[in-house]
Structure formats: C-alpha cells, structure tokens
Design a protein around this ligand. Structure first.
Ligand SMILES: CC(C)(COP(=O)(O)OP(=O)(O)OC[C@H]1O[C@@H](n2cnc3c(N)ncnc32)[C@H](O)[C@@H]1OP(=O)(O)O)[C@@H](O)C(=O)NCCC(=O)NCCS
Length: 214
C-alpha cells in the first residue's frame, strides 16, 4: 500500500521536492500541498489544500515532508508535525548518490547530482541541494541547508540550522557553527562560530545573526 504524503510548502523548493517524489514508482501518493502564501491551484498536478492550519484535520495523510527553504521555518513545522504523530519521509533524487555506508535521518531532501559519501551523517530535515558534494565523514546537523553547487570536504561538521550558500566550499575537518550562514562562493578555511554570517575567500565574518534567526 502506498503512503499518503502531505507536502508542506508551495514555493520553488516544493516544486523540486514534488518532482523527486513523482519519480518514485508506486511508493507514495502525494495527497496535496499546504502553503501560507500560495496563490496557485496545483504544483505539477498536485493540488493546493489550504494553509497550514488545516493540517491537524487532514486525516488522509499519514506522512509528510517539509519543502521550505528557510531553515527556521522548516524546523518549526517539522517539529510540529512530528508532535501531531505524522511520519517524515525522505525525498532522495534517483539522480543523486547516497552511499549505503552513510547515515541518513528523516525528512531529508537530496536533489539531483548531489553526492553523499561513506561514513557521513545527515541529520533530520536537512536539504542537500542540487550538485552538492558531501564527502566522507561529514556531519550535517538537523535543519541545515547545503545550497546548490557547494562542497564539504572530508570530516566537515555543519551545525544545526546552518546555511551553506551556493558554490561555497569548506576545507577538510572544519566546523560551521549552529545557525551560521556561509555566503555564496565563500571558501571556509577556519572554524566558523555559531550564529554568524561569513563571506568571501577566505571566508570572513560580516555580521552576527539577530536573535530571531537563531
Ligand atoms: C551572505 C548573504 C546571506 C548575505 O546577505 P545579507 O545579509 O542580505 O548581506 P548584504 O547583501 O546586505 O551584503 C552585506 C555585504 O556583504 C557583501 N556580500 C554579500 N554576499 C556576499 C557573498 N556571497 N560574497 C562576498 N560578499 C558578499 C555585500 O557586497 C555587502 O558588502 P558591502 O557592505 O561592502 O556593500 C547573501 O549575500 C548570500 O550569499 N546568500 C546566499 C544565497 C544562496 O546561496 N541561496 C541559495 C538558494 S537555494
């Protein structure tokens, strides 16, 4: 019997997630998507159901995936739906490579062209986006987002909720602190503390995060 999946989110990332789920044969039936802001009736033929307030009454769904790029929002919704007793599923593109010797959590999205190499751990609700490289022995904390084209060398640790911008690189064994942001194109050559934004080559701090972003 196929699982009945609710997709939460109605933006560009939701299109990507729905596209991946549709690539799985009969495994999932996508019942629809919810969104706080959507003005479209369907995404790739999947219907809009309403805003997130309807979720507790959606008896038909037994599992979900949060398809929202913002890490804080994705975390809050993920934790709320777990409390409601729904099961998170993964959306892993058939055009990605996830080593059978990697450790993968729940609610994860892995987009086309991404590679996750052996002995890496990807915690819950993470986005491993298009054409990213997560090399061996990395740890990516819950609710983080590794944006398109970025590369983590071996042994890199990314804290909970951190955001690694497009085409950024992190050299081996470095740590990115929780809820920090690495700008697009940055090269991280030293450990980055929690809750800061860094940019450039080599990456340097430009600001501390506001409290509400942590
Ligand atoms: C790093 C980032 C988050 C900063 O955003 P912000 O806080 O709004 O910062 P601003 O745009 O106000 O820029 C602040 C300064 O940093 C510089 N800067 C911003 N992003 C930079 C980057 N990626 N590399 C180098 N410098 C950058 C700006 O030029 C500006 O410099 P100035 O003060 O000398 O004028 C953003 O620029 C970025 O790189 N986002 C990544 C987007 C991405 O990868 N999205 C993926 C979607 S899937």
């Amino acid at each position: 019997m196929s699982k009945k999946v609710l997709v939460v989110g109605g933006g560009g990332h939701a299109k990507v997630v729905i596209d991946i789920l549709k690539g799985y044969d009969d495994c999932y039936e996508i019942i629809g998507f919810t969104s706080q802001t959507s003005d479209i009736e369907n995404i790739l033929g999947v219907p809009y159901l309403g805003d997130d307030s309807i979720i507790p009454n959606l008896q038909i769904a037994n599992c979900f995936i949060v398809a929202i790029g913002n890490n804080k929002t994705r975390k809050n919704i993920f934790e709320r739906l777990i409390r409601l007793g729904l099961e998170p599923i993964n959306a892993i593109s058939q055009s990605s490579y996830v080593s059978p010797n990697a450790h993968i959590g729940r609610g994860i999205v892995v987009v086309a062209g991404a590679v996750i190499n052996p002995c890496s751990t990807i915690h819950d609700n993470v986005i491993i986006n298009t054409l990213t490289g997560i090399d061996h022995d990395c740890v990516v904390g819950a609710h983080a987002h590794i944006a398109p084209g970025s590369s983590l060398a071996g042994g890199v640790k990314v804290g909970e909720g951190a955001f690694i911008g497009m085409k950024a690189s992190v050299i081996p064994e470095k740590t990115i602190g929780e809820w920090s942001v690495v700008g697009s194109g940055a090269v991280v050559v030293s450990d980055i503390p929690s809750a800061v934004t860094v940019v450039g080559v080599p990456a340097k701090k430009i600001l501390e995060q506001k409290d509400e972003l942590k």
